[in-house]
Design a protein. Structure first.
Ligand SMILES: Nc1ncnc2c1ncn2[C@@H]1O[C@H](COP(=O)(O)OP(=O)(O)OP(=O)(O)O)[C@@H](O)[C@H]1O
Length: 268
């Protein structure tokens, strides 16, 4: 499924947050949004997922304006992993994952064998099958994150929107999650738009990277063009050396020692 965003402006109350954002994501691509805290990444994900209404601008899935697509149709095609997730305390992992099948059920129909197989597959893929009866409320941060990812997998979407999918995960599960996203993208052709804070991981796992800064889309392109000394200095306020990862065929950077840290991460 491809995505087109045209002239998007989004405000919270009177405060303008996203300013004239336009871009295209081709079907089957992995695009990662990076940017400093507060630059508008989550707001963009929330707007694409229709959680927020733009002040102006349009969003198209496969050339159809999302204003013309009904909610169930969107839910069948688009799975969203938000940054903040809530679930009542008596929901088990398996139950949470089963919610991913709801958009696919016919009116009044119960889940069938196919749905149960997809749920089992999602639980296996995320390493949760052996603990599927545990309550989500009793899980560690990383286990809970995997349960939510399993739910989005169960949706079998054509597009995945992931807002910081690796938060709370240890490095092994971070890698496993991103490998899983890549695998789903390659084997099922799922288009992926995600937010990551780790720029090196973004460069490694993305076809394209999008750089947000103060509500504007500052750069959009392939990782080898995006990850540059100038961009890291201008947008992220760090000095870094750029290298080539010949194994994964992508750039990576190592920040230089910061001798003057006082106030460096604060906004000017
Ligand atoms: N519900 C809200 N009401 C008012 N302002 C908000 C609301 N949600 C976010 N904002 C503001 O909008 C701006 C963009 O926030 P957003 O969460 O999109 O940034 P982000 O790039 O995802 O940040 P982070 O990396 O910290 O998650 C910030 O200035 C934030 O304070």
């Amino acid at each position: 499924m491809d995505l087109k965003v045209e002239g998007l402006n989004v405000s919270y109350d009177e405060k303008s947050i996203l300013k004239n954002i336009s871009f295209n994501v081709k079907s089957g691509e992995i695009v990662t949004i990076i940017g400093p805290n507060g630059s508008g990444k989550s707001t963009l994900i929330k707007t694409i997922s229709r959680y927020l209404k733009p002040r102006s601008g349009d969003i198209y899935f496969n050339e159809v304006n999302i204003r013309r697509i009904n909610t169930k149709e969107i839910a069948r095609n688009l799975a969203v992993l938000p940054q903040v997730k809530a679930v009542s305390s008596d929901v088990s992992i398996e139950e949470l994952v089963s919610y991913g099948r709801f958009p696919h059920l016919k009116f009044g129909k119960r889940m069938g064998k196919d749905d149960k197989e997809v749920i089992a597959w999602s639980l296996e893929k995320t390493g949760l099958f052996h603990m599927k009866d545990r309550y989500v409320a009793t899980l560690s941060g990383g286990e809970r994150q995997r349960a939510w990812i399993a739910m989005t997998l169960a949706q079998k979407p054509k597009m995945l929107l992931l807002d910081e999918p690796t938060t709370f995960l240890d490095i092994c599960y971070q890698m496993e999650t991103l490998e899983m996203v890549k695998d789903l993208n390659k084997t099922l052709g799922i288009t992926v738009v995600m937010v990551l804070h780790d720029i090196n991981q973004a460069a490694r796992y993305s076809d394209k990277m999008m750089v947000m800064h103060e509500g504007e889309l500052r750069e959009y392109g392939e990782p080898c063009r995006i990850v540059s000394k100038d961009l890291l200095k201008d947008i992220f306020r760090i000095d870094a050396d750029i290298y080539e990862d010949k194994v994964n065929n992508c750039p990576y950077f190592i920040p230089k020692k910061n001798n003057n840290t006082a106030g460096k991460c604060q906004d000017d």
